[in-house]
Design a protein around this ligand. Sequence first.
Ligand SMILES: Cc1cc2nc3c(=O)[nH]c(=O)nc-3n(C[C@H](O)[C@H](O)[C@H](O)COP(=O)(O)O)c2cc1C
Length: 387
Amino acid sequence: MNVKTICAKNNNDQNYISVLSPLKIGEVTLSNRIVFPSWQVNYANNDGSVSDKLLHFYTGLADGGCGLIFTGCAVVSPDTVAFDRVMRIDKDTYIPALKNLFYEIEKRGSVPGIQLIHYGRQALKSVIGCDLLAPSPIPCPVMSTLEPNYTVREISIEDIERLRIDFIKAAVRAVEAGAKVIEIHAAHGYLLNQFLSPYSNHRTDNYGGTLNNRARFVVEIIKGVRSQIGEQAVISVRVSGNEFVSGGLTPPDFKNIIPLMEKAGMDLLNVTAGVYESMERIVPPEKLGETPHVNIASELKKFASVPVCTVGSIFSLETAESIISSGKADLVAMGRAQVADPEIVRKSASHKEAEIRKCIRCNKCAFWTTGDPQMHCSVNPSFKCEK
Ligand SMILES: Cc1cc2nc3c(=O)[nH]c(=O)nc-3n(C[C@H](O)[C@H](O)[C@H](O)COP(=O)(O)O)c2cc1C
């Protein structure tokens, strides 16, 4: 039974009526409101192309009934390959394997999306092999403790222009491969988030200072992507609605940022939280309780006319249902819950909640905090540690 059949059957049963109802965004219709957020798993081949293991990871989620699956993140430029076996989309040679991945996801009734990333200062020079770029030459307080030669170079106007084109070309490749949602990663302290935030952007040119200037780079990328792909795919932007650092972005800042992004062509706003300095906000541990970031999404939703997705410690469709039905968000992303049990949507929709394998919130999946080279899950045998 594919995703559409699961949702249609469920809607007849009046179970999880809001969360399992379809949503049309632009030309794309999602069968339900459950999203798999972008998860870097480092399961790609050594050259960054889609491997069988990566294909298996995402087709499992599609088989399980998830409405929208973001694959990725995928690296847009050769100067930001920050991990071994991270997915790449900086050359046309990646298109055929991506095409197969998106085809297999769509065949199962899910909508395939991809997230595009440049890590900026949140990387290691020893891995990247060249200068780390950031809006201002301010070291990342976390990464700079990890290597003695860590330095950051202020990005030049020429580099901004080059990377703008890299993001746009990556989006065009993704659409050619069949992605229906293109997500621009402007969250979690990576390059575009660094530009947006007064915390990390101290520039005095057209790309720094005022809010309009700080938003200029991401807005130019959104506009450029829209002009190249037309209405062939939905453009999503992921932002950290609260960076949880002193002097960083908080929800009121988005009152003016969101209209700029919407005007440029954003169709979907994906709200998360945190940067590396506030890592526990990126993958919230148990001590932060359940749904710690829903209110941030609902704050930003007040400024948005496009649909809004929330994320963070949402572990059941019952919780997702209450978020959607109360109007706090239009979509609910579930990361760890779906990795622990990729069939959580299907099982919930068929009243088999008792069979769901639950995430224990050990957070060992957050491999970059444990030193593991790739993602593994303590409770899902398909993704147990291979060591
Ligand atoms: C292994 C792992 C990889 C992640 N990779 C990404 C990523 O590539 N892009 C991104 O925006 N967020 C990434 N995140 C954050 C998740 O998308 C999500 O926001 C986070 O896991 C919180 O959701 P959850 O509580 O449902 O797991 C990652 C998280 C984990 C644990």
